[in-house]
Unconditional design. Structure first.
Length: 253
């Protein structure tokens, strides 16, 4: 089981390493949990520590207020992560989590230069790619539920548990809203290599909306294809962990 790092409500340690070569800091998709990344741990190199950021509105933070704007979220998440950023680390974020990972890589590369070895973004449009309309977060309750079900990331049986859905959906809607209103907030990209991972079967963000990531780093940017739909981080973890291991072994790429 993962544990809160040093009692920090923001950070869950999924794999502890006595003397890590680096730390992989993971960010889930909207409404997601650390379970996605917990399932990866056996596939990540033995000397890499794995952490997951836990946001309000889920798990032990279920009753906390959710963020409505990007800047307070970035400020608070960065402060919480600061103890881990003065040593070698990489960020991995999927969908909404990819946006947050980019925002924090931007901040970390400025305040802890040279410590962020790589930014992995998957299933996440580039900052200059317009969000497709209509916005999901503006849908009626029934339409929103249908759209979430169509995305495929939520087990079908959860939709039959009304009390659980009433707890879960406000967090999903809040984070989807942040994902949808997000755009290019900076005058320049990051000084960090980017690996952008996409699936050709992703109906939300595939190569068409992700190839623009090349413009958002002063270093190398690569686009890597994997099988699966939008939630390939859950359905095809072996492909993702192979990519992560290879790139973290070549941190100066």
């Amino acid at each position: 089981m993962g544990v809160a790092a040093a009692g920090d409500k923001w950070v869950m340690t999924l794999k502890a390493v006595a003397e890590p070569s680096g730390t992989l800091i993971c960010f889930p998709y909207a409404g997601g949990s650390p379970e996605t990344f917990r399932a990866w741990c056996d596939g990540i190199a033995d000397d890499v520590e794995v952490l997951c950021v836990v946001l309000p509105g889920r798990g032990r933070r279920l009753k906390e207020a959710r963020y409505e704007q990007w800047q307070p979220l970035v400020d608070d998440a960065f402060e919480a992560l600061s103890p881990y950023l003065n040593r070698r680390h990489a960020f991995y974020g999927h969908s909404f989590g990819g946006r947050l990972a980019y925002e924090l890589a931007h901040r970390a590369s400025a305040e802890y230069p040279g410590q962020t070895s790589r930014l992995f973004v998957s299933g996440c449009r580039s900052p200059d790619t317009p969000q497709r309309r209509p916005y999901m977060h503006q849908m009626t309750e029934s339409d929103f539920r249908g759209a979430v079900a169509d995305m495929g990331g939520t087990p079908a049986e959860l939709f039959e548990q009304e009390n659980l859905m009433r707890l879960l959906l406000p967090t999903v809607r809040s984070e989807i809203r942040l994902a949808e209103i997000w755009g290019d907030r900076h005058t320049s990209g990051v000084d960090v290599p980017i690996t952008a991972i996409y699936s050709p079967d992703d109906a939300i963000d595939s190569w068409r909306t992700m190839h623009g990531w090349q413009k958002f780093t002063t270093r190398q940017c690569e686009l890597v294809e994997v099988p699966g739909g939008h939630f390939f981080v859950d359905s095809h973890p072996e492909h993702v962990t192979r990519i992560v291991n290879t790139r973290l072994g070549n941190v100066d790429g």
